[in-house]
Ligand binder design. Structure first.
Ligand SMILES: Nc1nc2c(ncn2[C@@H]2O[C@H](COP(=O)(O)OP(=O)(O)OP(=O)(O)O)[C@@H](O)[C@H]2O)c(=O)[nH]1
Ligand SMILES: [Mg+2]
Length: 233
């Protein structure tokens, strides 16, 4: 099975080595592409060091400027689709997405086109969130469901596995959004094209190290972005 996980990073030096080690433990043979936007904390250099230690498994894409998650993913998708990977996964670098769940994604993708890791499939599976964060996330996912009608319990999740053919044909390069709405836009494009979506339960652990990039500007952007999705597609 040819599969690769894309890991976008911005200032994740404290988390990256542990993440890579766990991915190698729970998904042996899975390739890893670290997509770093010139992090000032030296994440890019650490990524290079890890790639030197495991040259056949770990790869690094260095980007010049921080442009948000969406732009980083578009460039990474374009690069990996030039290779013959069957499955392309996405996960965060901050250890919120536990690699222990990776085998479930591989099982489910066998008869689906996009598998989404969901925090809300079995009650609420999040660790270290305060009530405010929990309410915000629940509101966000209900809002997305209401506006888009997608049958997903966790539409904003960034832990995903794509079948190559689905990713190739949704036109990710035309995505209008960057940042977090991009994660929703990709799922919505797949849903509208009739691809088979599924969810697997994950336990989401809030980051212990590094800074949260979530602020009010990001939240407003997301509210408008999701409405635009519905108007555009
Ligand atoms: N390459 C790249 N990666 C980014 C950028 N912004 C965020 N990331 C990475 O994308 C992933 C998700 O970002 P997070 O900051 O964890 O977003 P979040 O989980 O919604 O918020 P917190 O974990 O609470 O900070 C992490 O691995 C980040 O390092 C960016 O502009 N460029
Ligand atoms: Mg995070």
């Amino acid at each position: 099975m040819r599969a690769i996980v894309l890991v976008p990073t911005y200032n994740e030096r404290a988390n990256l080595a542990e993440l890579v080690e766990k991915v190698r433990q729970f998904a042996p043979g899975l390739h890893i592409l670290i997509v770093d936007d010139n992090s000032p904390d030296g994440t890019g250099e650490l990524a290079e060091e890890l790639a030197r230690q495991h040259p056949d498994e770990i790869f690094v894409l260095h980007r010049q400027h921080k442009e948000g998650l969406g732009k980083a993913y578009v460039q990474a998708f374009t690069q990996v689709l030039k290779e013959d990977y069957e499955y392309i996964l996405q996960m965060d670098a901050d250890l919120s997405h536990d690699p222990v769940h990776l085998p479930c994604f591989f099982e489910k993708i066998q008869d689906h086109d996009l598998v989404v890791g969901s925090r809300y499939l079995q009650g609420i599976s999040v660790v270290n969130w305060d009530l405010k964060r929990l309410i915000m996330s629940k509101l966000a996912t209900n809002y997305v469901r209401f506006v888009t009608r997608m049958p997903l319990s966790d539409a904003t999740s960034g832990f995903k596995c794509w079948r190559r053919e689905a990713l190739e044909s949704i036109g990710f390069e035309d995505a209008f959004s960057s940042g977090y709405v991009f994660l929703v836009e990709m799922k919505y494009k797949a849903y509208r094209k009739g691809f088979r979506l599924a969810e697997v339960p994950i336990i989401f652990v809030e980051r212990k190290s590094g800074n949260s990039k979530l602020d009010w500007r990001v939240i407003w952007e997301a509210i408008w972005g999701v409405l635009r999705l519905r108007l555009k597609y």
